[in-house]
Design a protein around this ligand. Structure first.
Ligand SMILES: O=C(O)c1ccccc1NCC(=O)[C@H](O)[C@H](O)COP(=O)(O)O
Length: 212
């Protein structure tokens, strides 16, 4: 067993939280994005966060959220990290990090070499970086699309901050993705679902096992 840390994103039920904890994942992601099949109300997210055992880090994912929305989430939901999955620029990342006193993970979409420069800028202000597949131009969701990018783009690179690999990962490909990129953390959403927004406990367990 290796020390790979796994984030399972888009949990919607207390049973999902139990499955993620039982599988040995390190992070549980809660999505606040109304167009997503994984969207949670603040009350539901609070219930899930309170059900999480000690040691399972609770991550709130937002997309270009304003201060009022974030204030409401942070006030109600016990959290360990914010994940910013929109077009938040480095100044906004720094501002939110100081406003809430929580570690911030900035998601960066990658499709080609040119996307890696932006990534560097975020390593100067964020606590962690989530390197995800860039969504297609017409996509409704900025993440959680089950799409991979060319992992060779980030192979053998070193970043100033801890980072997570995401995008189209499944139990079948995660070991190869880790081998190629040397990622120490991985994130998955649709690859452990039986339908959009419906997590599957067996797939979660298989994913965590394959990642390790
Ligand atoms: O998952 C969503 O519905 C979502 C909605 C809006 C912004 C981001 C979203 N997900 C971000 C994640 O962290 C996903 O886990 C990541 O993109 C990987 O998703 P997948 O390719 O489905 O494993």
């Amino acid at each position: 067993m290796s020390d790979i840390r796994v984030k399972i994103c888009g949990l919607r039920t207390v049973a999902d939280v139990a499955a993620v904890a039982a599988a040995g994942a390190a992070y549980a992601g809660f999505v606040f994005f109304a167009k997503s099949p994984r969207h949670l109300t603040i009350d539901s997210a609070r219930e899930l966060a309170l059900a999480a055992p000690v040691g399972l880090a609770k991550v709130a994912l937002t997309v270009d959220a304003d201060d009022a929305t974030l204030d409401a989430i942070v006030a109600a939901v016990p959290l360990d990290m914010l994940q910013l999955h929109g077009h938040e620029n480095p100044d906004r990342v720094a501002e939110l990090r100081s406003r809430y006193g929580l570690p911030v993970m900035k998601a960066v979409g990658v499709a080609d070499e040119g996307d890696l420069a932006a990534l560097f800028d975020y390593t100067l202000v964020a606590d962690q970086i989530l390197i995800d597949a860039k969504p297609p131009k017409d996509a409704v969701l900025p993440g959680g699309n089950g799409l991979s990018f060319d992992w060779r783009l980030v192979a053998q690179r070193r970043w100033l901050r801890p980072w997570m690999l995401a995008g189209g990962l499944t139990a079948a490909n995660v070991a190869e993705a880790i081998r190629l990129t040397n990622a120490r953390q991985v994130d998955v959403s649709s690859g452990v679902e039986s339908a959009p927004g419906v997590k599957d406990a067996a797939r979660i367990a298989a994913f965590v096992q394959a990642a390790r």
